[in-house]
Ligand binder design. Structure first.
Ligand SMILES: Cc1cc2nc3c(=O)[nH]c(=O)nc-3n(C[C@H](O)[C@H](O)[C@H](O)COP(=O)(O)OP(=O)(O)OC[C@H]3O[C@@H](n4cnc5c(N)ncnc54)[C@H](O)[C@@H]3O)c2cc1C
Length: 499
């Protein structure tokens, strides 16, 4: 958008890493007030406002409750002060200012938090997002503005001339072909993998990241039907966590533990699950949530910049570092602050380019509406309201494509899995318009079938693969490979409670 020729290469699918495994919030981060991270909270609140403005279909306001019980920390005055500060750091421009609800009022509005010595409840607003879809929308918008955007294209080496980086060796993961991409500036924005790219530049360089793992549980809302998102603390260690209404589910998370395992496939373990269940049953004793209520789990790794102390206390701020050969690494931060991180990074790149005599055509323009993320009126003649709503909310005006596929082949109007709103036609749209090239792309990130269906959608995965196959030139052997890869991912989301 500043007029530079830009290429983005991603080793897997867009958002395959941490950006599809978050708590799905665009938030100021109220809990960081505890660590006096006022600047971080201010920046995140500002970004929350910008993202709601530029991507209103994707980033939606969500009301949160913070119930306070007798004997619990923080004291009520401090919580109320914190909520006022949270409003102030949003420059009083959030959806609504916070409100303090008496225990009686809270009992009426959210019966599940009532009783047990409830003193009162703070209500405030943050926002909710489908993280993988926001990431995809940003990549698609970049493409619309002229960037070359390629998935399944890992960087395997960096090219140098006279000690300066002048490009990267990239492999087309599907064919194995290696391509050299020349560039005046190379940016390393690879999340928890950032140290690996840094090591390609400077072998033996000291790692800067301390990845921590966070997991989530998804349980049917029929088992825990809160009307609001609820922020609460673990009885074990006082850490903050959330129960968040997510469509027909309650999303519960998260944990924060140091992680040394495989960066590509983190998964919840039984300790993580027990920890969350203990906390949620402590807050909602009547709900008696058991492992058999869990539909799925997912785990993500935070690309935190190394620091000592408890992981929850490690700062979420981002850093930009420039190596002697010119590699720009950006890491840390939050999904919420991604736009701002990109702005700062591009400012730095622009400066370096100016030194090389390359001028920008404009300044930062990412406060303009994000393409494909606006609310549009779409006429949808589908008898099932839930499906119609799902299509409009997920695709906006582009839902017309999906309807078009169904008009031409009514079989594509079948649900992917019974009881969920996803349609087979979405798989076709994902291949044709959203660069989905594997079954996992469709069932994990373009849709959430993996998380939402009791069996992870395994019983219907073949039907989806068969819709995708002709478009992607898959033969029978490839279909079997896709199914096996997907089954392996489903297994990761079902451990460790499945029979
Ligand atoms: C449990 C959890 C909950 C969270 N909740 C929230 C939340 O609610 N709100 C919020 O704002 N933030 C949240 N975060 C933080 C947020 O998700 C992350 O800060 C953000 O997603 C990180 O994005 P990233 O682009 O840096 O990393 P990633 O999303 O991991 O992207 C890095 C990408 O680089 C690619 N890559 C790696 N190596 C190579 C290579 N050699 N060549 C090409 N590509 C490569 C990877 O495949 C990956 O897709 C949460 C994080 C976790 C773990």
């Amino acid at each position: 958008m500043r007029g530079f020729r830009t290429a983005l290469v991603e080793k897997g699918d867009f958002a395959v890493g941490t950006s599809s495994r978050s708590t799905r919030l665009i938030h100021g981060g109220i809990r960081y007030l505890e660590y006096r991270e006022f600047r971080l909270v201010f920046d995140a609140c500002t970004e929350r406002r910008i993202l709601r403005g530029i991507a209103p279909r994707l980033v939606r306001p969500l009301a949160f409750l913070y119930p306070l019980y007798a004997g619990q920390r923080p004291p009520a005055w401090k919580l109320r002060l914190g909520l006022t500060l949270y409003d102030a750091l949003s420059l009083f421009r959030n959806v609504q200012m916070h409100r303090w609800l008496s225990s009686q009022e809270a009992a009426r509005r959210e019966p599940l938090v009532a009783g047990r010595g409830l003193i009162g409840v703070g209500r405030y607003y943050d926002a909710q997002v489908n993280d993988a879809r926001l990431t995809l929308a940003m990549a698609r918008a970049a493409h619309l503005h002229g960037a070359v955007v390629v998935n399944y294209a890992p960087v395997v080496g960096l090219m140098k001339t006279g000690g300066r980086i002048v490009g990267a060796q990239v492999v087309d993961a599907r064919t194995g072909r290696e391509i050299e991409v020349r560039a005046r500036i190379v940016v390393n924005a690879t999340g928890v993998w950032a140290d690996r790219i840094r090591a390609l530049d400077e072998p033996g360089v000291r790692p800067m990241l301390r990845p921590t793992k966070g997991i989530h549980l998804l349980i049917p809302r029929t088992r825990l039907h809160t009307h609001h998102a609820v922020l609460f603390t673990s009885p074990r260690d006082g850490r903050h966590m959330f129960v968040i209404p997510w469509k027909d589910f309650a999303l519960i998370g998260t944990t924060d533990t140091d992680y040394q395992g495989d960066l590509d496939d983190p998964a919840a373990d039984s300790g993580d699950v027990e920890y969350l269940l203990e906390a949620v049953n402590h807050l909602f004793p009547g709900a008696r949530i058991t492992p058999s209520d869990i539909v799925s789990t997912f785990a993500g790794l935070r690309p935190l910049v190394a620091a000592l102390g408890h992981p929850s206390a490690v700062s979420r701020t981002h850093v930009i570092v420039e190596s002697p050969s010119g590699l720009l690494t950006i890491t840390g931060g939050k999904l919420t602050t991604a736009r701002r991180m990109a702005e700062e990074l591009t400012d730095r790149a622009q400066k370096r380019l100016a030194e090389m005599g390359v001028r920008a055509q404009s300044g930062c323009r990412t406060r303009e509406p994000l393409e494909g993320a606006q609310i549009e009126a779409v006429e949808i003649e589908i008898p099932d309201d839930r499906v119609a709503r799902h299509l409009v909310e997920t695709y906006g005006g582009e839902a017309r494509w999906i309807l078009g596929y169904i008009e031409e082949n009514s079989a594509l109007g079948e649900p992917i899995v019974p009881g969920r709103p996803y349609l087979l036609a979405e798989a076709l749209y994902a291949v044709g318009h959203e660069m989905a090239v594997t079954l996992c792309d469709v069932l994990i990130r373009r849709t959430h079938v993996i998380y939402d269906a009791r069996d992870g959608g395994l019983s219907r995965a073949r039907a989806v693969a068969e819709v995708m196959a002709p478009r992607l030139g898959w033969d029978q052997a490839e279909i079997e490979r896709q199914l096996a890869d997907y089954a392996a991912q489903v297994a990761l989301t079902r451990t460790p409670f499945s029979a």
